[in-house]
Design a protein around this ligand. Sequence first.
Ligand SMILES: NC(=O)c1ccc[n+]([C@@H]2O[C@H](COP(=O)([O-])OP(=O)(O)OC[C@H]3O[C@@H](n4cnc5c(N)ncnc54)[C@H](OP(=O)(O)O)[C@@H]3O)[C@@H](O)[C@H]2O)c1
Length: 306
Amino acid sequence: MRALIVDPGVAGGLRLGEAPDPVPGPGQLLVEVRHTSLNSAELYFAQRGAPGDVIGFDSAGVVVRGAADGSGPAVGSRVVGFGEGGGFGALRALDVADVAVVPDEVDLGEAATLPVAAGTALRALEQAGPLLGRRVLVTGASGGVGGFAVQLAALGGAYVIGVAGSEDGARWVGELGASEVVAGADEVKEPLDVVIDAVGGAQLVSAYGLLAPGGSLQSVGWAAGRDAVLPVGVTLGSSTPKAIVSVYNGGGLTDRQAQLRRLLALVGDGRLRVPVGWRGPWDRIAEAVAALSGRSLRGKAVLDVL
Ligand SMILES: NC(=O)c1ccc[n+]([C@@H]2O[C@H](COP(=O)([O-])OP(=O)(O)OC[C@H]3O[C@@H](n4cnc5c(N)ncnc54)[C@H](OP(=O)(O)O)[C@@H]3O)[C@@H](O)[C@H]2O)c1
């Protein structure tokens, strides 16, 4: 099959090439992939994978062979799914449990952005508890996870403050429905109930310091690639604890399909916008990688499989 394969010799570490077709297991569908999306973790794996590896998490396409055990969507169904690796191939074997049928009203390319980025945002917000009337800070709000987190928190009734590192990014985050946009967590003056932190480093330190008693910082990622050095004693001194909680939306979760269905329903009825900042054919992968790694990408990059 055609695939974006790891190649340490090219800019960005990925290029269009050939790879062996996947062989589905008994509980897996074979999907002809039409779209995938680029996530920041894939930049990491592109630099560290073996030459020829097919990495990638998100795929959307059409079922070309049903699962041998008879479970899951039939041949011809439009589906989106998640897997650990293999997402950048033109064919993909996906566990039935990690796949959801895409409603007709949802664009298949937009659906391809949901498993990792939107799924992680939803999981982090659910871990944080009720949102109605709460003050929620989203760091990395101009990015993939952040763009969904801003919207989902607003849908849940929160007062959402987005952090964006550029004027252009701030405009983008405002258009997604943030009540307020700041250039850094240190600009926030009032206490926060919830932090969805995709950046780590100094943003995590400032945001944790702003948490009200009982609040939580949901640690999604470390896009800044910097240590977070907490001031002495900052974790002490409240009778109502405040927490730093890890967020995991990778392989092995049992609620993936339910999560995808909920997100697809929100997109389908127009309540959740898919924030696509770049879309193009997959042979332009180097361009998409450069935008993501250079922080010029807003929201998600969708790659159309040719
Ligand atoms: N826990 C999980 O299961 C899970 C799932 C998905 C992603 N993640 C992690 O979550 C983080 C965000 O993922 P994403 O896909 O949303 O990434 P993304 O699209 O690149 O967004 C990250 C945002 O962080 C901001 N940022 C601030 N400092 C940065 C720096 N030094 N370098 C790069 N970006 C910086 C950027 O916004 P500005 O330029 O506007 O500041 C950027 O838009 C990543 O670390 C990723 O690995 C974790």
